[in-house]
Write a protein that binds this ligand. Sequence first.
Ligand SMILES: Nc1nc2c(c(=O)[nH]1)N(C=O)[C@@H](CNc1ccc(C(=O)N[C@@H](CCC(=O)O)C(=O)O)cc1)CN2
Ligand SMILES: Nc1ncnc2c1ncn2[C@@H]1O[C@H](COP(=O)(O)OP(=O)(O)OP(=O)(O)O)[C@@H](O)[C@H]1O
Length: 200
Amino acid sequence: MVAPHVSSPECDPPVLAAAKAELRRRLMAGRAHPAGAAHAHETLSRRMLGCVRDAVPAGAAVAAVWPLPGEIDLRALCARLHDHGYQVLLPETPPRGQPLRFRLWHPGARMVPGRFRTAHPDGPAARPDFVFVPLLAFDRRGFRLGYGGGYYDRTLADLSPVPAMGYGLAAQEVPEVPTGRHDIPLPVVVTERETIRCGA
Ligand SMILES: Nc1nc2c(c(=O)[nH]1)N(C=O)[C@@H](CNc1ccc(C(=O)N[C@@H](CCC(=O)O)C(=O)O)cc1)CN2
Ligand SMILES: Nc1ncnc2c1ncn2[C@@H]1O[C@H](COP(=O)(O)OP(=O)(O)OP(=O)(O)O)[C@@H](O)[C@H]1O
């Protein structure tokens, strides 16, 4: 049996885990959508469509997410991607410690409730050619903070070298996301204001 104060090399050390948890709390508490949010979301969604069209041809499989409460809602983007001939994939959330699985979505697809209040389509599993990565916070180096499942780090490590792009509102930028050995920086983060080539 492992003593409770000994963290496994799989996990972030306690000080780092606490710093991430604190930032997570702060960002979730401050997530009320200010005036102009609808316009910012629409602008972001259009920019995201442009990013996909620049990166992969129609027919490619693009992974998005189905919104959790308080998050940016990508449902209109999913419909637009479908209309432009892309295959739209959404993640199914497996037990902690496993990478996400992606399933094919189409407008009107039946959504099945999953872990942590997520929902996924009941379509066939598929491998994405391009992945949009949700985040609570990001920095200019491309590091992100999510809900703490470690799902995207594991998924991107698994799918590497798939093109991946973080997306969020400019207000979600922080000077420095606390990071550990498993955190993989994103090459690009798109906001309603700019497309940030990280580390560039
Ligand atoms: N829309 C969306 N879907 C997604 C993600 C995401 O960030 N956004 N994920 C990104 O990895 C995966 C799900 N990851 C998650 C990991 C942990 C928790 C979680 O611990 N939730 C807590 C409470 C969080 C809160 O306070 O709201 C819980 O449900 O108890 C939720 C989602 C896959 N699907
Ligand atoms: N590839 C990996 N292999 C092993 N452990 C990992 C891996 N990626 C992340 N972890 C561990 O998972 C835990 C959660 O990671 P982290 O806090 O970075 O999640 P997150 O990026 O906020 O969540 P998510 O990706 O689900 O939105 C940490 O203890 C981290 O060290």
